[in-house]
Write a protein that binds this ligand. Structure first.
Ligand SMILES: [Zn+2]
Length: 137
């Protein structure tokens, strides 16, 4: 992939390497695009300040300041910590048109972004807890 300054270098690992490093839940979400059950994730009600990094590769994804209680059952954020750290792709699976959110470094599936969030972005990044790791401040 690109070596330009704006894009982080990609991490590529094969399936067995990921399986070794990730928990079964993390693997299902990040590598197989599973969605954890609503209201089941460890960070849904997380209140601590800190930085949410990718559970797959450690890249910074979201700051706790952007987290809000959307009531949707998953951790929700108004914006990524760094725009280039998340990729967004059109997802037409399950009979819906949604925008998938991926880690730009390891291509891990994080969740989806919806345009019904609070201001100023109007966005709601609905992210699986299993894809995140909180590093408390
Ligand atoms: Zn990652």
């Amino acid at each position: 992939m690109s070596d330009s300054k704006t894009m982080p270098a990609k991490i590529t690992k094969n399936e067995s390497e990921w399986r070794k490093e990730l928990t079964p839940m993390q693997y299902a979400v990040l590598r197989e695009k599973a969605t954890e059950r609503p209201f089941s994730g460890e960070y849904e009600h997380e209140q601590r300040k800190g930085t949410y990094t990718c559970a797959g590769c450690g890249q910074t994804l979201f700051e706790s300041d952007a987290k809000f209680d959307s009531g949707c059952g998953w951790p929700s954020f108004t914006a990524p910590a760094v725009d280039s750290h998340v990729d967004e792709e059109r997802d037409v699976s399950h009979g819906m048109i949604r925008t998938e959110v991926l880690c730009s470094k390891c291509d891990g599936h994080l969740g989806h972004v919806f345009n019904d969030g609070p201001g100023p972005t109007g966005l709601r990044y609905c992210i699986n807890s299993a894809a995140l790791k909180l590093e408390p401040k």
